[in-house]
Design a protein around this ligand. Structure first.
Ligand code: MRU
Length: 337
């Protein structure tokens, strides 16, 4: 059965709570913009495209109960809601691209009744969801064409159905290749510190009956040296115009290792992950998260009290280390305009 990462049901945003996986397949329902904000910030919903979709529905929820019928005051309220949601997480540009699309609906429909603008906003949020679904399928098709009949792929973090609306980005390539009858073996990095690889990628690939083996992040080099990896496919949170790509911390390590071992290293991401406003990776804001993500293992402390901690959630891989970018438009090379 398909994974229902995000759904709009009965005027609520229903999300699979990714903090509970793999032990519990639990769902939450967001009815306010604050609940959507919390879900994004606490990573109940995560992965660049999924964050963007959730934020778009957050705008709908934030304006649903607005009492005003005056366009100017509605627009002011909308700006506040959109500004609020922009602060949920800083790195994945899909959040900002989706919110910009919602903002445009308000700008472009000045002459409509406020009640009709609310309907247009809901339509736009649903369209963002559908656009991401379609992009996932197309990326899967383009990526699968690159693969031979049998190969082994290493992936990092979770770039699957849980990170998008359907299929995923990097994992869409794997799902599609397997559908085509190719024999694909996957190694999944556990992805410290929040273990998206262990908790989420392994869960969703096993659910789909795909051959997946979990490794610790620091084992990747050794596998490459033993020639156990043919390709690396990962997702992205923000791609600069020159192709520098931010993704989950640890991606850059893999890219350097891939170069050394001569392994093709592909980014799979929809065009909603491209940031046309920045020339290179230096401009990508990198989220730093709470020290407890590193100093605690579940409820157990695994580092001394008051130890200094540095916890960037993403790194930037220079374009020169990337073999190609698979988007819904096909295999691309920078510059991205
Ligand atoms: O912190 P997360 O779990 O939101 O980070 C997610 C990633 O880095 C993914 O690889 C990226 O968003 C691409 S997912 C399609």
């Amino acid at each position: 059965m398909a994974i229902k990462t995000l759904e709009w049901i009965d005027n609520k945003l229903r999300l699979i709570d990714q903090t509970m996986l793999p032990e519990v397949e639990g769902y939450i329902e967001c009815q306010t913009k604050e609940e959507v904000f919390e879900a994004i910030q606490q990573m109940r919903v995560r992965g660049a495209p999924a964050i963007g979709i959730a934020a778009a529905f957050g705008v709908v929820l934030g304006l649903f109960h607005s009492q005003t019928t005056d366009y100017r005051s509605f627009r002011q309220e909308a700006e506040q809601v959109i500004h609020y949601l922009r602060l949920a997480r800083p790195t994945a540009v899909n959040l900002f691209n989706a919110l910009n699309r919602m903002q445009q609906v308000i700008e472009q429909n000045k002459n409509m009744e406020v009640a009709d603008i609310k309907i247009a906003l809901l339509t736009e949020a649903k369209m963002i969801l559908e656009d991401e679904k379609r992009a996932s399928q197309q990326m899967g098709d383009f990526g699968a064409q690159l693969l031979p009949q049998e190969c082994t792929i290493l992936t990092h973090c979770n770039a699957g159905a849980l990170a998008t609306a359907e299929y995923g980005t990097a994992l869409a390539v794997i799902y599609r290749a397997v559908e085509q009858g190719k024999i694909i073996k996957v190694y999944a990095d556990e992805t410290r510190p929040l273990l998206q690889g262990a908790r989420l990628t392994c869960w969703e690939l096993m659910r789909a009956g795909i051959d997946v083996t979990l490794i610790c992040d620091n084992m990747a080099a050794s596998l490459m040296r033993k020639k156990l990896i043919d390709y690396i496919f990962v997702g992205a949170d923000r791609i600069a115009r020159n192709g520098d790509t931010a993704n989950k911390i640890g991606t850059y390590n893999l890219a350097v290792l891939a170069k050394y071992h001569g392994i093709p290293f592909y980014i799979v991401a929809p065009t909603s992950t491209i940031d046309n406003n920045i020339p290179d990776g230096e401009y990508i804001p990198i989220e730093e998260r709470a020290p407890e993500e590193i100093t605690q293992w579940g409820n157990r402390r695994i580092a001394p009290n008051n130890v200094k901690v540095y916890n960037p959630a993403f790194d930037v891989t220079p374009a020169a280390l990337i073999t190609g970018w698979i988007t819904e438009e096909g295999l691309r090379q920078p510059p991205f305009t």
